[in-house]
Design a protein around this ligand. Structure first.
Ligand code: ADP
Length: 426
């Protein structure tokens, strides 16, 4: 029997989609993440689907169009509630895209009220009196004020959201949230009567998010970071359960492909090599010189894959990355490395790899695209925000893959993630 889709989610970027999916799985939902709007209709195999878009920093009209296409697919799947997921630092500009997408979804759903809150206390994102804190600092005092595309220079989310919206933006304050769902609903009714269409919601603890979740039962559209997701599954009688994270058994050989140059990933590469892991360094300058480093890496890997997991990495310290970027140009170096690592990932899978760890957000996007993966079943969490996933490949084969963005994961992430998969399979 086809089970109905409960929650339909639209995420404005790929790793943000995984973060949301991970929270829903931990709250007990069975979740599939799709890369873009799926071509095929919903097959009934999940409680929630997260459609991952790349709409955070594209022009607002394009973000609206993509989000509406995702909405149509989710509505055709019967989704009972829609969740628009954006960044926990509310990444946007006065031109959008959080406000325009929210209002377009409200129009399409005929919905006269929704909430907006990036609060996620577990990740250090709290909202108090409408102001967003990143750890102990106001958003406007955090590193986000220097973001190249979406500099966040105002922590007052009412002002930030109002600048992007036609509807009136109001506040559902901390004291109301703490009093629970009845008080929240009463305040929502009062805000609506005042002509407010979108309320920024305060939340400083997970308990706040659970109370808020109860009050959101039946609201057609919820807009938030990934935090609010922990409070929604309870409305369908769903509680945390290990089965939600169950994946089909993993098979095949194991490999790691790393294109992230973050501090955390540099530490993970060093840790893996120090503990005796087999590793191949991909040198962007050799790639740029036209040498067939991809074939070289795959020949190297083929000789070792049967014995232990192999690591192929371009990960480098900031000074080396800087030197490469100066020589090749930042964008060109990035593209060259991403395409090479993606081709290597495809070659590894063709050589029997069934368990693949990928480090780097952009690198992950390139790998997933090269492998032709269009959806992922979300499994158990390895480290906060990073789950194992299972994908069906275009040829019908199965791949277990984890996509680790930059600064996520403990130093032993590579070996730990693979050991976890083997432990589940045992
Ligand atoms: P993160 O999640 O850490 O930001 P990404 O994969 O999103 O990682 O981004 C890393 C970018 O750096 C990619 O575009 C990648 O191709 C590029 N890159 C990787 N290694 C190097 C290197 N050695 N020199 C220059 N650029 C690199």
């Amino acid at each position: 029997m086809t089970r109905p889709l409960l929650l339909g989610c639209i995420a404005d970027d790929f790793t943000g989609a995984t973060d949301l999916a991970n929270n829903l799985v931990r709250a007990g939902m069975r979740v599939v993440q799709t890369i873009g709007v799926p071509a095929a209709p919903f097959d009934g195999g999940a409680d929630a689907v997260v459609v991952a878009l790349k709409s955070r920093t594209i022009p607002a009209e394009a973000a609206v169009a993509q989000s509406l296409a995702a909405l149509q697919w989710l509505q055709a799947a019967g989704a009972e509630q829609i969740y628009f997921k954006y960044c926990s630092t509310f990444d946007s500009t006065p031109a959008g895209n959080i406000g325009p997408v929210t209002e377009a979804l409200m129009d399409a759903l005929g919905c006269d009220f929704t909430i907006a809150t990036p609060a996620f206390p577990d990740n250090g994102r709290t909202v108090f009196k409408g102001h967003l804190f990143v750890g102990d600092a106001l958003l406007s005092d955090s590193g986000m004020r220097h973001h190249p595309l979406t500099p966040m220079t105002d922590a007052n989310l009412l002002r930030v959201m109002q600048a992007q919206c036609k509807r009136r933006v109001g506040l559902l304050d901390f004291a109301t949230v703490a009093r629970g769902p009845a008080a929240i609903r009463a305040r929502i009714a009062a805000l609506k009567a005042e002509g407010v269409g979108i309320a920024i919601v305060d939340a400083v603890t997970n308990a706040d998010l659970m109370q808020l979740g109860l009050a959101l039962d039946g609201m057609a559209l919820v807009t938030a970071g990934s935090g609010v997701a922990i409070g929604l599954p309870q409305n369908w009688g769903i509680a945390p359960a290990a089965e939600a994270a169950a994946l089909p058994p993993a098979q095949g050989l194991a490999a790691i492909v790393s294109g992230s140059c973050s501090t955390a990933t540099n530490g993970q590469v060093t840790h893996f090599i120090r503990h005796g892991g087999a590793a191949f360094t991909l040198d962007p300058l050799r790639l740029a010189a036209g040498q067939d480093v991809v074939a070289e890496a795959l020949a190297w890997a083929e000789a070792r894959l049967g014995q232990a997991p192999v690591l192929i990495y371009s990960t480098a310290a900031p000074d080396a990355v800087g030197a490469t970027q100066a020589a090749l140009g930042t964008a060109q170096a990035g593209e060259l490395v991403e395409q090479a690592l993606a081709a290597i990932a495809r070659g590894l899978v063709a050589r029997g790899v069934g368990k693949l760890v990928v480090a780097g957000g952009e690198t992950s996007g390139a790998v997933v695209q090269a492998l032709g993966i269009d959806s992922l079943r979300i499994g158990g969490q390895i480290d906060p925000g990073v789950p194992w996933c299972a994908a069906t490949l275009p040829g019908g084969g199965r791949l277990h893959i984890t996509l680790k963005s930059g600064n996520f994961g403990t130093p032993d992430f590579f070996a730990k993630s693979l050991a976890l998969l083997d432990a589940v399979a045992a």
